[in-house]
Design a protein around this ligand. Structure first.
Ligand code: G4P
Length: 537
């Protein structure tokens, strides 16, 4: 098939939510609808429970499964849909943020009882930063939840997006009767999911259908007529371009568990979600329909099989056609590489592919050549931008507990950092290694993996820093001055870029006042520029 046709039929997206809102359940229902799995439960096994580390470590032992479900591809209508999985646990938020750089749109799942929660807010911030188109699925309508108008108001206020309901709920909890489809004025009646996907829901053509009053009751019908009036008055008509620019979010109400509202969501998704768009690099914008292949690594999954020390790098294709066994140019290393066994994924099965198109995500087996943010192309020097590092929220010093194993520790830490599990900052004098994360759980995982995969023993000691800020200034001398006056607060990230270690907001305020020409950034894009400079040599 022609490149342009392949691009047009691709939809690459992620489902995001606060833990427990129903992301896994919805993913499964989409896989079922796409025919990629036959029974529910295939994705659930991979879920990292929020409760205990032991669950996570158990999962770690089954890393093969979690690699396979990192990206799932389904074919629906004429579309190839790539679903990128994001870890639900908040301590792995950094991984989620990076994955969001590789999608063209997202479906946000909100619990109708709890409304907007902490992670929902944070994830939406990242989407907003990148103007990612968002569709919202209000889940668990079979429970008594918030009033729909209140919920929409909450979504708009908290997520700073204009909501555009496509469906409207009729009752909730035990009295949930279905949804009114605002787009075609039909009603889809709800039955809890005990029957097959196709048979469970009845659709009326209009509010005047005789069956309707009988099914939902006179009071509900009266409320629905009022709600419809008000909804038509309150909400703007849907506008595809506003959605694709990230301003307007279509909203659906349903119950993933009961497969209610999911087929409608998928149908609309296929109709309106954007195919792959251009990618920004330091050099230029790269368009999917360019003839030459390019792509970048946004995630690394290390030691799939600890005995073989292999890693899998996830690469998103940005332009052209990727072909197996062809020589491609690796910008950072300034050398050509050949990938002989690129993998694609179909739910829980992995298979080798011969070609891939823009929007596709492929798994590349790697022995240490690839890092997050690396760009691969057909000979052109390109540096992808927009893969952010966020300031860690916890900073601890790594203390080696077995001096005879310092090499192993060094190697282990640097590989886990490359994988994106945590950030490493080095502070002088003494070559102190500071590991920054967004959650305590990551330290436990690092200790566990260092011991099991690298035979190294390490302890973490809490430091008084609260965050790390990357420095930037129009005049680099201003940064040098700051480094000289505050040497104890300076550390260097993995690209040797200076960062300012912040003890508290008060110190930061004082330093900012005394160095007004320096910017203190909580995200780093600077490291890409540093990489570009390094690869010039
Ligand atoms: P997550 O990936 O966002 O963390 O959420 P997940 O899908 O695992 O769902 C969290 C819990 O909510 C699960 O229950 C799931 O069955 C339930 N759930 C999902 N969708 C609906 C829905 O539409 N209605 C209702 N009532 N519940 C829903 P659990 O008890 O934690 O797990 P399980 O024992 O059911 O597997």
């Amino acid at each position: 098939m022609e490149l342009s046709k392949e691009i047009k039929r691709r939809r690459t997206f992620a489902i995001i939510s606060h833990p427990d809102a129903g992301k896994t359940t919805l993913t499964e229902k989409l896989l079922l609808l796409g025919g990629a799995i036959k029974v529910a439960g295939a994705v659930k096994n991979n879920k990292i429970k929020k409760t205990a580390t032991s669950d996570f470590l158990e999962i770690e032992k089954q890393r093969g499964i979690s690699v396979a479900t990192s990206v799932m591809t389904i074919n629906y209508r004429d579309c190839v849909i790539n679903i990128l999985d994001t870890p639900g646990h908040k301590d792995f938020a950094e991984d989620t943020y990076r994955t969001l750089t590789a999608v063209d749109s997202v479906i946000l799942v909100v619990d109708s009882v709890k409304g907007v929660e902490e992670q929902t807010r944070k994830l939406m911030e990242v989407c907003r930063m990148r103007a990612t188109p968002v569709m919202i699925f209000v889940n668990k309508m079979d429970r008594v939840g918030k009033d729909a108008f209140d919920l929409i108001e909450e979504l708009e206020e908290e997520l700073k997006i204009t909501a555009c309901p496509f469906t409207w709920p009729i009752g909730s909890g035990d009295r949930f009767k279905g949804v009114f489809n605002l787009t075609d004025e039909s009603v889809t009646l709800y039955q809890s999911e005990k029957t097959s996907l196709a048979e469970s829901h009845y659709k009326t053509q209009s509010l005047k259908d005789d069956v309707l009053e009988e099914f939902i009751g006179g009071k509900n019908l009266k409320n629905l007529i009022e709600d419809r009036e008000l909804a038509l008055e309150l909400f703007d008509d849907f506008d595809t371009s506003l959605y694709r620019e990230g301003y307007l979010a279509p909203v659906f109400f349903g119950s993933a568990l009961n497969n209610f509202g999911v087929p409608e969501l998928l149908e609309t998704f296929v109709d309106i979600a954007p195919p792959p768009t251009f990618a920004k690099t330091l050099e230029r914008d790269v368009y999917p329909d360019e003839k030459k292949f390019s792509g970048y690594v946004f995630k690394i999954h290390a030691n799939i099989d600890p005995k073989h020390r292999n890693r899998m790098a996830f690469l998103r294709v940005c332009s052209g056609r990727f072909e197996r066994n062809k020589l491609y140019y690796h910008t950072r290393l300034n050398k050509n590489l050949r990938f002989s066994a690129p993998a694609t994924f179909l739910a829980n099965a992995k298979s080798t592919i011969d070609e891939a198109y823009p929007g596709d995500v492929i798994g590349l087996f790697d022995t240490g050549n690839l890092k997050i943010g690396d760009t691969i192309s057909e000979g052109e020097k390109l540096h992808i931008t927009g893969i952010p590092s966020f300031s860690p929220e916890i900073l601890k010093e790594a203390i080696n507990k077995d001096p005879a194993k310092s090499k192993q520790l060094e190697k282990g830490l640097s590989q886990l950092v490359e994988e994106g599990l945590a950030q490493l900052f080095v502070q002088q004098p003494g070559n102190r290694k500071i590991i920054g994360t967004v959650g305590e759980l990551q330290y436990e995982v690092i200790v566990y993996r260092l011991a099991h995969e690298y035979n190294a023993t390490c302890e973490f000691q809490q430091l008084s820093y609260q965050k790390a800020c990357w420095l930037s200034a129009d005049d680099p001398k201003k940064i040098d001055e700051l480094i000289k006056t505050r040497p104890n607060h300076i550390a260097y990230d993995k690209t040797n870029t200076p960062v300012f270690m912040v003890e508290n907001e008060w110190v930061l305020k004082v330093v900012k006042e005394s160095h007004p020409d320096v910017q203190f950034n909580e995200t780093s894009e600077v490291s890409n520029t540093a990489q570009a400079a390094q690869s010039e040599f």
